[in-house]
Write a protein that binds this ligand. Sequence first.
Ligand code: FE
Length: 284
Amino acid sequence: MATPSMNVGSKTREVVRKVRGQPTSDGAGVQLTRVIGTGALDSFDPFLLLDEFRSDNPNDYLAGFPNHPHRGFETVTYMLAGRMRHGDNQGNEGLLGPGSVQWMTAGRGIVHSEFPEQQEGLMWGLQLWVNLPRKDKMTAPRYQDIQGDRIPEVELGAGARARVLVGTLNGVAGPVTDVATEPVYFDLRLDAGARYDVQLPEGHNVFAYVYLGDAKIGAAGTLIARGELALTSAGARLPVVAGAEGARLIVVGGRPLKEPVARYGPFVMNTEQEIRQAFADYQA
Ligand code: FE
């Protein structure tokens, strides 16, 4: 909980840093843009990685992400267009349609595959990695697969609306529940020139990532272009004003864990010893 103070509810967030995503490839040669989890921005507690994958060329992604393990954190896949076919070593299978989200708590470990598929020529999505606190790293794996029609869309006034994946916006709660870092994940769509002040938990680490158009963000109205991420200071609200083309962006926040991070590829633990154990368990 936030410490009560005279300022609760009144502080406006500022953009403290702007980061542009970097082209990279992962899995079996899938082309994507990595925004968090690069040399420029290693992580933003509790967020470990953010990828945008967008392509109208199946050769960019058809080979997908064959079987690979995860332990110690959560992967969040949000499909803007196209589908993601998913399967794991426990026999779980799923097909995420356009507009759907999968919140997967890897916990003590899963081995899974992810294969993107286009729809009407386009495959477009975002994958976020969210860390787990020490006490939850070895929890049982859990899936929250939410199809698009279960994600509420909220009208936010003139020219502004949002889909609420997790957390509460304008009194509307998203369908993803019981996540350790108490995250918010809002997908905002603003018409040209529209303004909306996003209400946020004051102490959360919050970023905004613009994936279409551009927007002026924060108290000083910092211009954030398509493909750029804004890290924000603490505060209870984040003003967003869309540019001349309108804007689509995600606003995502989480409670920082402030724990040591030992990270090696698909394993994220607290100590090197736990990473060695993760490798040993995976090989067994
Ligand atoms: Fe994965």
